[in-house]
Design a protein. Structure first.
Length: 255
């Protein structure tokens, strides 16, 4: 906590907010209980991590109007960025933070503990910090849409993949819930913190074979030799990727 308090003076949260979405068009403006998803996320961040300046990197006038009208700061960015990380880099050229915390616009249940853990992850040698949570259900471990990560003993990423990792040979790659409870395997959460110099360099890095094969942009950083710290949390999040995910989010609000 002390490290995060000291480092937060140099950090800002920037949320990349892109209106186009293949699986769920215009999802950030989709209303839940009369409020757009992007405002659920914005108000959550402001409530759980008020010590960090908060900005939204937007590519569309409708998103800009929605957020500005609710009192949130926006930075208008190009619409043709190939990744959210590139959008962050353009926004931080305006914001000027030495560390950037990246919360996704479709993560309305992010916690303050997660955000501060990301900042702590940059206290060592890492250029990038992220988080992971243990798998509980075997079906999630087998799901290619739930990204797996393996770490070394110091907490740095060895690899990210859509395939189950590690491959449990004795169970033909399909461990049961009891095995997962005894031998934690980790699901990557799409939350990041970056050093500003890494963000500036990222867009000029050539995408490699691993990134193109897995469709995971964090592999570009690893292929170019950047270290990624993976902190562990027991707090999962609900990312809204499809219309079906709305039901899960609404159920969490009822709880």
């Amino acid at each position: 906590m002390m490290i995060a308090a000291q480092m937060s003076k140099n950090a800002a949260i920037i949320v990349p907010a892109r209106l186009a979405s293949t699986r769920f068009p215009r999802k950030l403006l989709h209303e839940v209980r009369g409020k757009p998803i992007i405002l659920w996320t914005a108000e959550r961040i402001r409530a759980v991590a008020p010590e960090f300046p908060l900005y939204f990197a937007v590519d569309d006038a409708a998103l800009e109007a929605c957020l500005s009208g609710a009192g949130f700061q926006t930075v208008r960015t190009r619409a043709d960025h190939p990744s959210g990380t590139d959008r962050l880099a353009e926004a931080n050229a305006v914001v000027g933070a030495s560390m950037v915390i990246n919360v996704q616009g479709d993560e309305p249940l992010v916690t303050g503990e997660q955000i501060r853990a990301l900042v702590n992850g940059l206290a060592g040698e890492a250029s990038v910090a992220t988080l992971a949570v243990p798998f509980v259900e075997p079906r999630d471990f087998a799901n290619p849409n739930q990204v797996k990560v393996v770490r070394d003993r110091a907490g740095y990423a060895l690899y990210f993949s859509r395939s189950p990792m590690p491959f449990v040979r004795d169970s033909a790659g399909q461990p049961d819930a009891a095995w997962l409870k005894q031998h934690p395997c980790y699901r990557h959460l799409g939350l990041y913190a970056y050093r500003a110099d890494f963000l500036q360099a990222f867009s000029s890095l050539e995408p490699g074979f691993l990134e193109q094969a897995e469709k995971l942009e964090q592999l570009r950083a690893m292929e170019h030799g950047y270290r990624i710290h993976v902190g562990l949390t027991d707090q999962s999040t609900i990312g809204i990727d499809t219309p079906e995910d709305i039901l899960e989010f609404e159920a969490s609000l009822t709880k």
